[in-house]
Design a protein around this ligand. Sequence first.
Ligand code: NAP
Ligand code: COA
Length: 275
Amino acid sequence: MNIASYFAKDLFYGKTVFITGGSSGINLGIARNFAAVGANLGILGRSEEKLAAAATELRALGARVSTHSADVRHYAALEKAIHDTKTALGPVHTLICGAAGNFPLSAEQLSPNGFKAVVDIDLLGSFHSCRAAFEQLKETKGNIIFISAGMALIPYAFQVHVGAAKAGIDNMMRNLALEWGRFGIRCNSIVPGPIEGTEGVRRLVPAGSMDQLRRAIPLGRLGTADDIGQLSVFLASPLAAYITGALIVADGGQNLPGSGAWTQLIAAEMTKAAG
Ligand code: NAP
Ligand code: COA
């Protein structure tokens, strides 16, 4: 499915989208979808190799691209990256806060520094991005999309650090929606479900558990990076002009209350059918 067949190909022509963590996975998928509707793309991550590969791919789609090797935990580096993006591509219209870190570990094994590393990347890094982009977003009457996760909504095993960080992001999103609405800046969060082929799934889903995971999702499949990319384009577009402070769940129903009991019921039926 190509988003340009649903949205005008020039919907974002001349507009700059800045994506932290844009060099891989879901965030690169988001970048591809914005490229398909004409956006200029600033992408930020730590690895220069990953950034160069992503830029090559996005330029092949016709996008103007700037790359920024920086750690979101360092505010001055983000300020510079966002300043340089404006110089290269024009002021930021859409900020995607997608950079994150994750590893599964039980709370009693997690070191305070491990907890801090994830909160610093996800939550503090997202604030750094918003704060550094504020003047440009005010100028463009732009918008911010935060990439949250299911553990912000309900507790997941071995994810105390990530749940705390992502829930913090979603609360910050609502605060910023409240405070920055007067500047014409909209703020929303997306909660992706498990997205196929991503680092997040590689880290969190034990090998051999993919079928079980699929059964636990009411729509019966993992998501794709395009599922999240298309939603991002919609949320950043004039079609969503009156949407701010919203948390949009795109997870195939995975985090619905009752999905655990439903999965057990289906598993029991399958076992019975297998005799
Ligand atoms: P990913 O490819 O590893 O994406 C994370 C990105 O963040 C990478 O490009 C990484 O690049 C960058 N990054 C990490 N630490 C950074 C730092 N300190 N400073 C700057 N950039 C940093 O993983 P993904 O699975 O696609 O996840 C993308 C987003 O979706 C994350 O916010 C994640 O929480 C969220 N999410 C994922 C899933 C899923 O199923 N995968 C589900 C729900 C939510 P460098 O390593 O080069 O810095
Ligand atoms: N298990 C247990 N603890 C871990 C860990 C793991 N797999 N990885 C890191 N930690 C702990 C470290 O031990 C350290 O704590 P300590 O000082 O008490 O020993 C702390 O976390 C910081 O580790 P460090 O390696 O310095 O972190 P970093 O800042 O270089 O890396 C991570 C951040 C840990 C989140 C790293 O996994 C990362 O960069 N991830 C980005 C990609 C990603 O996670 N993608 C999926 C997104 S859903």
